[in-house]
Design a binder for this molecule. Sequence first.
Ligand SMILES: [Zn+2]
Ligand SMILES: [Zn+2]
Length: 282
Amino acid sequence: MGTPETDFVSWLHHSRHFVAAVTLALLWWIESVAPMFSGRARRLSHVANNLALAAINALVASGFALAILAVTEWARARHFGLLNLVALPEWLSWIGAIALFDCWQYWWHRLNHRAPLLWRFHAVHHSDAEMDASSGVRFHTGEIVFSFLARLLVVPVIGISVPQLLVYEAISLPVILFHHSNLRISNRIDRCLRWLIVTPRMHYVHHSRWQPETDSNFASFLSVWDRLFRSFRLRSKPEEISLGLDDYEEREWRRLPGMLASPFRKSSARATTSQRTTTDNR
Ligand SMILES: [Zn+2]
Ligand SMILES: [Zn+2]
């Protein structure tokens, strides 16, 4: 018999995949009846390839689980980390943990656009010209490995606990699937939601093949970071955004073997950010 805390962690660990599957199924249905970008063909094969990549990543992530558990326990035993510097009320510790970890995710994502080596792998996420909810889990396995290696350092620095990390993942994943989904959400609803979370109209801009737009809207859960760090950007007509990357038009890059191989081809590097232009930010 476990403690209430370990029971809660165990429940979260097992239910987050179920919640993600239900969210994906629900979004698939809404994408079928009210898409923002119409004329999509071969949707099933598109989802199958993205989910196959996600399945490989889930296996890799589970391999890192014990290492993450070890560093969080190490930090907790030594009162190490920002959240352990002062005695915070439990509720404030939770808000602080989720905000700090989300802020880290923002800067890590920004670094993935800036560092040429990281971009080679992150480009697989951006190469999806037919972005839908399944694109939210389309990441190259190499990016997942780099991300977990960085987490092993960042998790003890923040002082986030395993339950806090699991809650963050459980609440951020449905938001990530939502803002990648191809659904015709009105600007009015999107504007209300984007005061708190990253929305589809924000994230479509991030998936634009025009680099000044690609290098904007880096947040993955809370939208505040793009406003705070001046990377927030919108388009008045998101349905006119050209999604994807120019060098990934051939069908081979949309299939699992091509996605896995693409960081290792010569042309997957990118130029540095060109000049930015004015936008209708709100
Ligand atoms: Zn990105
Ligand atoms: Zn994305």
